[in-house]
Design a binder for this molecule. Structure first.
Ligand SMILES: Nc1ncnc2c1ncn2[C@@H]1O[C@H](COP(=O)(O)OP(=O)(O)OP(=O)(O)O)[C@@H](O)[C@H]1O
Ligand SMILES: [Mg+2]
Length: 257
């Protein structure tokens, strides 16, 4: 089960939008068996189902059990949901009521692999190093790093890569697949500059495909609890995510149907 974590410590850069659209395209268009894992106590990814309780928080609290995963309405796409329960667990670790175990999700992954239930897992990380975020990194093979085009996001990539290099000393099995530029504007000079800067200077691979902004359509999709790919398949953002998934699968050597 190839496992991608959508990771950036910067907030609001399109992690959740990337995770839900990647998972949807893999299930719907590529016919993969996909597990989408919400590792963020905000529970935004879990909006594609109605459940925000149990799920990953329950896994981190009590260990693996068969009823943690919920089906979604999308054929081939299951969800390990999350909600504020993850926040409670972080607090318990902070005040010493709970010992932090960074490998629970990784062990759950091994169990799922033994059952051959899924082809691919996609994990949506929070923008802070919570217990769930560190569990996501130890469970993942590859990190995908979405970034916005503002200076803070773009210039932060070098630091982020250093941080990931440090993590890799403890978790050598995880590596970066690439940086994905999101919320890009074709008519914005500053967005062109940011893309050029990243392609020339980023110390890691930058995906060729950029994800254009579709403000109204993406916003609407959050209200109906659907990936924009499902809500508005022909808007710029949805089209770009399809192109990017093809690029990602080719880069990762995964067959694209
Ligand atoms: N391509 C896009 N076009 C227009 N709006 C977008 C696009 N991608 C993301 N957004 C919007 O930008 C905001 C941030 O996106 P998203 O929630 O995916 O980021 P995030 O990195 O997961 O945030 P957080 O760090 O809070 O988890 C949301 O309001 C989302 O709807
Ligand atoms: Mg998010």
């Amino acid at each position: 089960m190839r496992t991608f974590a959508i990771y950036n410590r910067k907030g609001g850069v399109g992690k959740t939008t990337t995770a839900t659209n990647l998972a949807y395209i893999l299930a719907e268009a590529c016919k993969k068996r996909v597990l989408l894992i919400d590792a963020d106590s905000q529970g935004n990814t879990s909006s594609i189902s109605c459940q925000k309780s149990g799920g990953l928080a329950e896994l981190l609290r009590n260990g693996p059990s068969s009823d943690l995963i919920v089906k979604t309405d999308i054929p081939g796409l299951d969800l390990l949901p999350a909600g504020s329960g993850l926040y409670d667990i972080d607090l318990e670790c902070m005040i010493g009521k709970r010992r932090a175990d960074f490998w629970i999700l990784s062990r759950f992954r091994t169990l799922l692999e033994e059952d051959n239930e899924y082809d691919i897992a996609v994990i949506d990380c929070p923008p802070y190093p919570s217990l769930s975020c560190l569990n996501a990194i130890t469970a993942a093979d590859r990190l995908i790093v979405p970034t916005d085009s503002d200076a803070y996001s773009v210039t932060g990539i070098a630091d982020l890569v250093e941080q990931i290099d440090s993590i890799r000393k403890a978790v050598p099995t995880v590596s970066v697949s690439g940086v994905l530029i999101t919320r890009w504007g074709k008519t914005s000079a500053v967005d062109h500059d940011a893309r050029k800067y990243l392609r020339e200077d980023a110390p890691i691979h930058v995906f060729q495909t950029v994800i254009r902004r579709s403000d109204e359509k993406v916003k609407e999709s959050t209200w109906v609890g659907q990936p924009v790919q499902e809500w508005s398949p022909w808007c710029y953002t949805a089209r770009d995510y399809r192109e990017w998934v093809a690029e990602l699968l080719q880069r990762e050597g995964i067959q694209y149907e």
